[in-house]
Design a protein around this ligand. Structure first.
Ligand code: NAD
Length: 495
């Protein structure tokens, strides 16, 4: 199957110089070829989006909102189809893929309230006969560059708000699972969105670099690994663009001795191995405050041994990894953990699998006795590998988490409200869960980490998303009355 760009309301009908293979990770088969955009194709897409901008920005808020509502209904009715495409190319199990679409849909629902979100302020009589008011206007053409692990939800963190605010959008999805966004593009068309307002350009670094360099692209919302996020931020801001670049993660879960250990064990397994650990909010380090580590590890191990790894369409708990290369990279981290002296409690390197033998399989893996010097602690693994670090005190746990370069999400498990409150205040991380392991904020709050997990100062969606996709203007106005003030070259003062 050929997967191509979506430009000006239609599938692109040119011939690509370069393409990439798309796999079904559960079978190892090549299921499609995705076109990679050249500079000329990116220019064509930007031109289509720029042309559509003039009309879209002056389309009334009422009409824009009607289209958003229509899109929400179509997405809701067809979300199983989006989920099936995600499972076929990413590998995550169907229920998880459906969950991702539903979380993305929440941002569409939030953006349906754009009329309220775009309201400015008005001050009558700020000075004598002078009124002051603020308005927010769209930026123009905005680009969204997304990672493989959430091919629907991550773009939906951004584009509903961008479109509702009057921008036109270009999504550059991951080349590993490119099909879901094309179906979403068709849904926008079916909802009545004018051609050119929502575009998809497929490709790799060449397309990304062109989007950053193009003078008509006004902002970049990037989500992916930290080295690329840093690169996008530095290159984009040097061009004077507005950039939000969300990077990698290493999320810790701190379990205090008074925690409900069954709840904590369930949470560690769900958040450690859901989506095969390929979530930026996955728990990859469990910090156990002694003396509970032995008991907690036993409970986690019991649960892990019951997990069923296999084809995401066959009712499995956990699917394959996205590509063979990624699978091998994660397996090499497991080898490194063993070599560096961590104790392997559950070894996923030769899993029993409900699926084809050529799938990109790696079973859930648990390490105990992990120390902060080990590569499995320092690096983002992005696979089904959970490391347990044992600490003696709450303070030791907090210092450990705060010293880590990443700061995306973290969780505390405790029955002590005072300890949880102290933790939320002291921890240097952007999103905190209290007895909640994957604290992805709901759409009307904003998503984003600290430190090496986010470059830029605006988080995704919520009111920060509205600010990112609009520019503020302030108008100071006086309608003439008979009392002219005459000439005055001094700096205007309110009186
Ligand atoms: P990635 O950085 O490899 O790719 C992300 C995007 O950048 C893709 O669209 C890709 O085509 C493009 N890209 C890749 N190499 C590039 C280059 N050299 N120059 C320009 N563009 C390039 O990330 P991935 O493997 O697709 O996704 C996994 C990563 O994303 C993990 O690090 C994960 O933590 C992170 N992630 C972060 C969040 C968050 O909210 N912070 C959310 C999801 C994923």
């Amino acid at each position: 199957m050929r997967i191509t760009h979506f430009v000006n309301g239609n599938a692109w009908n040119g011939k690509a110089d370069r393409t990439g293979e798309v796999f079904n990770p559960a079978t190892g088969e090549v299921t499609g070829h995705v076109d990679f955009a050249s500079n000329a194709v990116v220019d064509e897409v930007v031109a289509s989006a720029q042309k559509a901008f003039e009309e879209w920005r002056s389309t009334s808020i009422a009409k824009r909102t009607q289209i958003l509502f229509a899109f929400r209904e179509i997405l809701n009715a067809r979300k199983e189809e989006v989920a099936a495409l995600i499972t076929a190319e990413h590998g995550k199990v169907l229920s998880d893929a459906l969950g991702e679409v539903t979380r993305g849909q929440e941002v569409v629902e939030f953006a349906c309230g754009i009329a309220h979100l775009l309201k400015g302020g008005y001050t009558e009589g700020a000075s004598t006969d002078v009124d002051v008011y603020s308005i927010r206007q769209p930026l123009g053409v905005v680009a969204i560059i997304s990672p493989f692990n959430f091919p629907a939800m991550v773009p939906m963190w951004f584009f509903p708000i961008a479109i509702a605010a009057g921008n036109t959008v270009i999504v550059k999805p991951s080349e590993k699972d490119p099909s879901a966004i094309n179906l979403i593009a068709q849904m926008w068309k079916d909802a009545g969105l004018p051609d050119g307002v929502f575009n998809v350009v497929h490709g790799d670094k060449i397309a990304v670099d062109r989007l950053i360099e193009h003078s008509d692209v006004k902002s970049i919302s990037f989500v992916g690994s930290t080295p690329i996020a840093r690169y996008i931020y530095e290159k984009g801001t040097a061009q004077g663009k507005r950039i939000q670049a969300l990077g990698g993660a290493k999320n810790h879960m701190l379990v205090l001795p008074d925690a409900d250990l069954d709840l904590a064990a369930d949470a560690a397994v769900n958040a450690g191995f859901g989506s095969a650990g390929e979530r930026c909010m996955a728990i990859s380090v469990l910090v156990a405050v002694e003396p509970i580590a032995d008991a907690l590890i036993e409970k986690i191990k019991e649960r892990m041994l019951k997990l069923n790894t296999g084809d995401g369409t066959k009712g499995s708990d956990m699917g394959p990894l996205v590509t063979r290369v990624h699978r091998d990279k994660v397996a090499s981290f497991v080898d490194a953990g063993v070599n560096e002296g961590a104790k392997i409690v559950v070894d996923g390197r030769n899993p029993k699998v409900n699926g084809a033998s050529n799938g990109f399989w790696l079973g859930p893996t648990l390490f105990d006795q992990v120390s902060p010097q080990m590569s499995i602690y320092k690096e983002e693994i992005f696979g089904p590998v959970l490391s347990v670090v044992r600490v003696k005190t709450y303070n030791e746990g907090v210092s450990l988490i705060n010293a880590h370069p990443y700061g995306n999400g973290t969780a505390i498990f405790t029955n002590d409200g005072g300890a949880a409150r102290k933790f939320q205040n002291e921890i240097q991380v952007g999103m905190i869960g209290v007895n909640v392991p994957i604290p992805v904020p709901t759409a009307y709050y904003s998503f984003g980490g600290w430190k090496a997990s986010l470059f830029g100062d605006t988080h995704a969606h919520g009111t920060e998303g509205v600010h990112f996709f609009t520019r503020g203007k302030v108008v100071t106005s006086r309608w003439l009355d008979p009392s002219h003030g005459g000439i005055n070259l001094g700096f205007p003062q309110n009186n």
